[in-house]
Each structure stands twice: as structure tokens, then as C-alpha cells.
Ligand binder design. Structure first.
Ligand code: SF4
Length: 211
């Protein structure tokens, strides 16, 4: 995967124990106000990870409901995503198994036609540090076009549908997925191979990492 560019954030001092490092990283993210001036509802980073999360879900950005609850994918999109993965909430919200790292950690606010895109500052500021905290043998799910633009090879250029259809080209440890919002229902009808071919392979890969 091609990592997003990295920028420096002020971090707590380095400590010897990995568990302490994770706690400090979580605390630093929770205190982040880097792009607060551009966030309509103010900062509230929503992210989940641990040193043993062997499944990483790179999403888009929290919506207003998730901003209010602080619980990622706490909506119909999350129900659909969990159905795709073949897991329930007890596994999905278990940070020892699943990491949830959106392209923008805070709700960006409303635009003219739905939510604004994830803040561009966020991934370069935090992603490298979260990725460094995760197991190297993880399975990565790139949910939606923003995550795919950041982490899939830029050449050849692919639309979201082309990237998802070509999932086998990215190896057994990376799955590009469409965003599981209500809009995907029609897309799934138009692309029946997604349920017939990709979802069974995805569920096998997920359950292998959960064993
Ligand atoms: S979106 Fe990211 S960079 Fe901006 S305040 Fe939230 S955590 Fe910080």
C-alpha cells in the first residue's frame, strides 16, 4: 500500500512499554485540535485501535450521529458493513481485534450535498503513528474512495468500482470496499459480483484473522 504523506504532530514523550505508547497515542489523538477552526461541530476524534488489532478498517469520517455518540459506524452503514464482514457488534467494537481509522477522525460538517470530505490534515498527521502501533500481519479494508485514493497504488488509475472489482490484484491482505451508505444498495444491484465473489472472500479473510 502507498501510505499517505506524513506530517509531524506534537507527541507525548517516548516511553519504553508498547502499551504505554498506545495509551499516549490515544490520549494525544483525543486532545487534537489541529484543524478545529474548520470543523463545524468542533473536534471529537473517533478512532479505535490496539497493538493486537489484526483487522484495520480505513473509513471516511464520522457523520453527525457518530459525532454525537462517539461510537464509530453506529448507524445503518455500520450494520451493513458488519453484515459484509460476517461479524456482530461485540467483535466489531473489540479494539483487541479490530482497528477503525477513518481518513478524518472528526466530523467535518455539512456541505451542499451531504457531509463535507474528511479533513485533509488528519491522515498525514496521525495515520503513520496508528499504523506503526498495529500488527504487521494485519488485514486492511479500504472503505470508500478516500481511503482507496490514499492507500492504493495511483497507477493505473481506477474508479472505486474498478478498484473493488479488481480486489484480487491487491493481494490477500487488502480489500477495497464501497462505502456502505444507503447509496450502495443500488450499486450492489448493478454489481452482483460483489456479493457473489468479493464478500465470500472477504469473510474468509476476516474470520482467518479473528481465529
Ligand atoms: S480531524 Fe484530525 S487533525 Fe482535525 S482536529 Fe480532528 S483529529 Fe485533529
Amino acid at each position: 500500500m502507498a501510505p499517505v504523506p506524513h506530517t509531524e504532530a506534537k507527541l507525548s514523550p517516548d516511553l519504553a512499554h508498547p502499551r504505554d505508547k498506545i495509551s499516549l497515542l490515544r490520549r494525544d489523538i483525543a486532545a487534537c485540535t489541529h484543524c478545529a477552526a474548520h470543523l463545524q461541530a468542533g473536534p471529537r476524534p473517533v478512532v479505535q485501535f490496539s497493538a493486537t488489532s489484526r483487522i484495520l478498517i480505513v473509513g471516511q469520517a464520522p457523520g453527525s450521529r457518530v459525532h454525537a455518540s462517539g461510537v464509530p459506524f453506529d448507524d445503518a452503514s455500520g450494520d451493513r458493513l458488519r453484515d459484509w464482514l460476517g461479524i456482530g457488534k461485540e467483535v466489531f467494537y473489540d479494539a483487541s481485534r479490530i482497528a477503525l481509522m477513518p481518513m478524518g477522525f472528526c466530523y467535518p460538517g455539512k456541505g451542499g450535498s451531504g457531509d463535507l470530505p474528511p479533513r485533509r490534515e488528519c491522515a498525514p498527521l496521525w495515520h503513520r503513528r496508528v499504523l506503526d502501533a498495529l500488527p504487521a500481519d494485519r488485514l486492511t479494508l479500504l472503505v470508500g474512495s478516500y481511503a482507496q485514493a490514499a492507500y492504493l497504488p495511483r497507477r493505473p488509475r481506477r474508479s472505486m468500482t474498478e478498484a473493488v472489482a479488481d480486489f484480487a490484484a491487491f493481494g490477500p491482505n487488502v480489500f477495497p470496499l464501497p462505502h456502505p451508505s444507503w447509496r450502495v444498495v443500488l450499486w450492489m444491484r448493478q454489481n452482483p459480483w460483489f456479493e457473489a465473489t468479493l464478500l465470500p472472500a472477504l469473510r474468509r479473510a476476516v474470520h482467518a484473522r479473528l481465529r
